[in-house]
Write a protein that binds this ligand. Structure first.
Ligand SMILES: [Zn+2]
Ligand SMILES: [Zn+2]
Length: 416
């Protein structure tokens, strides 16, 4: 039944070393047969011919007791998994170095190249058992849970992979940041002044929405990955701004997203509104950063000129700035955190409406990444052309609203 070596070779091995029946079977195992059937047959044959006995009071030379204790170990893993919500998993093992060395030694001494190594045997047996018993899928590449058992130290590590949720947010009120601000005293470490939270109380999109996601998924943390950001004094309306929320190490993986959306929207009425929440894969997060950088955005800009402005001049501004590539050197107000260089961005269309003799509303549709306030005042000539460079009338920005961000993004991501 086993063709490798002879019975004589096997009997030398089991005479010289205390080898448990499981290790013996995996050394001799031919992969095309059912392992348990093979184990039974082999055992019966060797035992009935009185060729083999295993001293249970001594640990097995090859597995140091791992194999005989495996049912107990599996049971322990199983009970720890009860608190996790998952559909797929991967299982891996850590084994003491000495056991690798012993197996190499035995395999070369008795010239045995067949069978399964201790590690692959354990991985195979445990994953298949758990998969059958719990009805979960084994997925090496993208599992919901990564399970690693360290047999040397009897340590179980369970790492749930992040859950990703796509959606859009509307920012309805000025004076709200996108990101939480670190406490100015401790820079995030936590101190008395910030009540050991590490953050200030300044209103932010993150502050309004993130905690509920973390809590509902029983996660360790939640992170906002937004497609760009608006200034604190800018609102984002209509389409809203795309984002992905990542919940790290969640115990739960399927939560009713519409419920979260409703709770947050009624709690933050008039400030932040979420829409279109849905589960996505990790890749979407990387894609929205790339796409949204170049995707179309629309703004409503209200500007007050220091002198009266007439319809003729407005028509000139519309004509000169529509379908126009703008050369924009890094704005002075952000130069402390961004490289100083010239970017070329296109304004697709610009239309204007006189609100009073000096106040004008512009609707601007442009390529993502164009700084709009600078398109208005010209940033001391660093943005060219600009509304100021054409009108020659000094002006100030009264308000800026984002009225659409990458309206086609869901279609391009294949989410619709
Ligand atoms: Zn063993
Ligand atoms: Zn602090």
């Amino acid at each position: 039944m086993y063709h490798i070596g002879s019975l004589e070779k096997i009997s030398r091995l089991i005479n010289d070393y205390n080898i448990c029946p499981f290790c013996l079977a995996r050394l001799l195992y031919e992969r095309n047969k059912g392992f348990l059937k093979f184990l039974k047959k082999l055992h019966a044959e060797l035992v009935s011919k009185k060729l083999y006995s295993f001293n249970r009071n001594e640990p097995c030379y090859l597995c140091n007791g791992i194999m005989p204790a495996l049912p107990k170990t599996i049971h322990e893993i199983e009970s720890k998994l009860e608190s996790y919500n998952f559909k797929s998993f991967s299982f891996g093992t850590k084994i003491p170095e000495i056991l690798y060395a012993r197996e190499d030694f035995i395999r070369s001494k008795y010239s045995m190249s067949s069978g399964l190594s201790l590690k692959s045997y354990l991985n195979y047996m445990v994953s298949n058992y758990l998969s059958r018993k719990l009805g979960k899928v084994i997925d090496i590449n993208r599992p919901d849970l990564r399970i690693v058992y360290d047999f040397g130290n009897a340590l179980l590590e369970i790492t749930p992979s992040s859950v990703y949720i796509y959606g859009r947010y509307l920012k309805l009120k000025r004076g709200v940041r996108q990101t939480k601000q670190f406490c100015r005293l401790c820079y995030g470490l936590g101190c008395k002044a910030c009540n050991y939270r590490g953050y200030t109380d300044d209103p932010s999109i993150e502050g309004y929405i993130l905690d509920l996601f973390r809590d509902e998924f029983f996660g360790e943390a939640s992170v906002l990955h937004a497609a760009g950001r608006e200034d604190i004094d800018v609102v984002t309306l209509n389409t809203g701004r795309p984002f992905v929320i990542e919940v790290k190490r969640p115990l739960k993986r399927s939560v009713d997203l519409m419920k979260i959306q409703d709770v947050l929207n009624s709690r933050n009425k008039g400030v932040v509104e979420l829409k279109g929440l849905r589960y996505v894969d990790r890749e979407i997060m990387e894609k929205i950063n790339v796409f949204s950088k170049y995707d179309e955005k629309s703004y409503r800009l209200v500007v007050k000129f220091h002198n009266e402005i007439d319809q003729l001049m407005l028509e000139k501004i519309e004509k000169e700035l529509s379908n126009r590539v703008i050369a924009q050197r890094t704005p002075l107000r952000v130069i402390y955190r961004r490289a100083d260089k010239i970017r070329y961005k296109t304004v697709y269309s610009l239309s204007s409406k006189l609100l009073d003799k000096q106040t004008v509303e512009f609707i601007i549709r442009c390529q993502g990444g164009l700084y709009i306030k600078e398109l208005a005042h010209g940033d001391q000539g660093r943005t060219n052309p600009s509304i100021f460079s054409i009108s020659k009338i000094p002006l100030e920005v009264i308000s800026l609203d984002v009225i659409s961000v990458a309206p086609e993004l869901e279609k391009r991501l294949g989410l619709d």
